[in-house]
Design a protein around this ligand. Structure first.
Ligand code: ATP
Ligand code: MG
Length: 404
């Protein structure tokens, strides 16, 4: 039996970028042989095993045949006679279909290295269309490798369009959609994930709430880019420049969903979007099974971003009310996250990329001033029960007022 390093580890090593996980393929073995050697079987649908020591994934070389709908509609064939080349043929992109044997020799039957050098994401074979997940994977790799100059081959994009039109994307499980979306959030260009899905017609199936922002106008005075979808892409990009936090990046992407359902008669104004966006975010997060940490931040940014943008005009009472709503007393790290989302929103407008977002400083100052109010002092001054809270609010407002 032979063991080869495959997939992302080979690709990323050639690109000289960090390798996070290593996947292996085993040729010429049976499941029984691997189990005898101490490997632990983990695959439900495919013959995948964990190495006894490293716990890295080892898959038996296999071929696949489409038999039903969606990601799981495959019949796979594995036996000691399946060759490495046959296994590599079922993979999604040529740059993911290279293997490396233990002495370091590259096995590259589908010209992955050439495409790596040319910075092209290209499908391995026409069997690409058999798995709709590949549309999301390619969009994610486009985001991950965008900074290196990678683009998608025209023929591959055409196949992605074919998949999007086939209706197969509807069979993807929410977990799969979220897994790829979340991975895209940790790349240096998360906005590319959305752009690629839109370009191939997959966005309206997978994330229609984002798709319907395209074509919706905003007031040109504030938004020279006008189109809400274009704005969202710019905000997503700015958020990734400002913060490594995935919930921050997510919240930035969905903060304007409400604008997608403003009645056309009100365009380009979107007076209610901070409110109407909330139910869209809730529904989206439920459908795609977005973790609560992401959802909660996104809801707060959606609800408060217009208020925060108006920081300079707000009364001290209002600033405190907003801080209370954000619950920054119990979750202090939240303030910075929300302010970064708002800043990304502001800088994510054509011509505003270097805008000095003074609103952030105003709220930070208000928060620090509020913190200077000490509850022990209030108790010592004789306040009791509910009056403590009331006095606390009063002193906080006074403290914020003094910072003006
Ligand atoms: P990374 O681990 O950096 O996200 P990767 O390319 O290693 O990227 P994995 O999901 O770990 O991605 O999969 C390992 C390899 O398995 C891929 O490189 C690819 O060759 C193959 N692969 C994974 N999922 C699919 C799929 N849906 N269709 C075709 N090939 C796939
Ligand atoms: Mg991998």
């Amino acid at each position: 039996m032979h063991r080869y390093l495959v997939g992302g580890a080979v690709r990323d090593r050639l690109l000289k970028i960090d390798v996070y996980d290593r996947d292996w393929v085993v040729v010429g073995a049976t499941p029984e042989e691997l189990v005898q050697q101490g490997y632990v079987a983990v695959g439900k649908e495919f013959p995948v095993f964990l190495h006894p020591k490293t716990k890295e994934e080892h898959a038996l070389a296999r071929t696949e045949r489409k038999v039903g709908a969606g990601y799981t509609g495959f019949e796979c064939y594995f036996a000691p006679d399946v060759t490495l080349e046959e296994d590599l043929l079922r993979r999604d992109l040529t740059i993911n279909a290279m293997a490396q044997d233990p002495d370091g020799t590259l096995i590259d039957p589908y010209r992955g290295q050439q495409d790596l050098n040319d910075r092209v994401l290209r499908h391995v074979s026409d069997a690409f269309i058999e798995d709709p997940l590949r549309v999301l994977r390619v969009a994610r790799f486009a985001a991950k490798l965008n900074h290196l100059g990678f683009t998608i081959a025209d023929e591959t994009l055409a196949l992605m369009r074919t998949i999007a039109q086939s209706g197969e994307l509807a069979h993807l499980t929410p977990e799969r959609v979220w897994q790829e979306w979340q991975k895209s959030l940790s790349t240096s260009d998360p906005q590319v994930f959305i752009e690629v899905l839109r370009e191939c017609g997959a966005l309206k199936v997978v994330l229609p709430e984002l798709d319907q922002l395209f074509g919706v106008p905003q007031p040109e005075k504030w938004h020279p880019e006008i189109d809400t979808g274009v704005h969202t892409i710019l905000v997503a990009k700015q958020a990734a420049l400002l913060s490594d936090s995935l919930p921050v990046r997510f919240a930035a992407q969905v903060h304007d969903l409400g604008k997608g359902i403003t009645p056309q008669s009100e365009w380009p104004s979107h007076k209610m979007h901070c409110h109407t966006g909330l139910k869209l975010i809730k529904a989206l997060c439920e459908r795609v099974r977005v973790p609560n940490e992401y959802r909660d931040l996104a809801l707060m940014v959606c609800e408060q971003h217009s208020n925060i943008h108006r920081a300079a005009e707000l009364r001290s009472e209002t600033k405190l009310k907003i801080l209370n709503k954000l619950d920054v007393w119990r979750k202090p790290e939240r303030l910075n996250d929300i302010l970064l989302c708002c800043m990304a929103d502001s800088l994510g407008r054509t011509g505003y990329e270097n805008y000095e977002y003074s609103q952030k400083g105003i709220f930070e100052t208000a928060y620090q001033a509020s913190l200077s109010v000490n509850v022990q002092d209030i108790i010592q001054d004789g306040f009791k029960g509910a009056a403590i809270r009331e006095e606390m609010e009063k002193r906080r407002v006074e403290a914020i007022e003094k910072t003006k």
